[in-house]
Write a protein that binds this ligand. Structure first.
Ligand code: 5GP
Ligand code: ZN
Length: 114
């Protein structure tokens, strides 16, 4: 997608701090971190939101979650705990219309969220 920020980060057109990549998934540090660890796990394929997922994407969504867990473990947060979030739509605060799983860790995270 020509106008998508995350497609541009994935293609290298815009620099990002990439912490993991394979042929389906890229993980980048968030530019405006909300916790000591704040990574975005992003599929290379452009999918605008969870509303656009199809049954054949189930494996990909599983990969995003397993990658989030692996990165949290790698950074030492598996036991302490971490939060994974997909924002979907305007009221959730989704600002980039390319699905991304936020992984937040390293401080006590409040619940319910704001
Ligand atoms: P959303 O609000 O859509 O769930 O999350 C979008 C996230 O992308 C925000 O946390 C925001 O800080 C992050 N973000 C916005 N622009 C950039 C950028 O240029 N690079 C990176 N790495 N993250 C960005
Ligand atoms: Zn995109």
């Amino acid at each position: 997608m020509a106008d998508c920020l995350f497609c541009k980060i994935i293609s290298g057109e815009i620099p990002g701090t990439i912490v993991y990549q394979d042929d389906r998934v890229v993980a980048s540090k968030d530019i405006n971190p909300q916790a000591p660890m704040h990574v975005l796990v992003i599929p290379r394929r452009h999918i605008a939101s969870l509303n656009d997922l199809r049954p054949e994407d189930d494996g990909l969504v599983g990969e995003l979650n397993r990658r989030a867990a692996a990165l949290a473990k790698e950074q030492g947060y598996a036991a302490r705990g971490y939060r994974t979030v997909f924002n979907t739509g305007a009221e959730s605060g989704q600002t980039v219309l390319h699905i991304h799983l936020h992984v937040l860790a390293g401080r006590k995270l409040s619940w319910p969220p704001g």
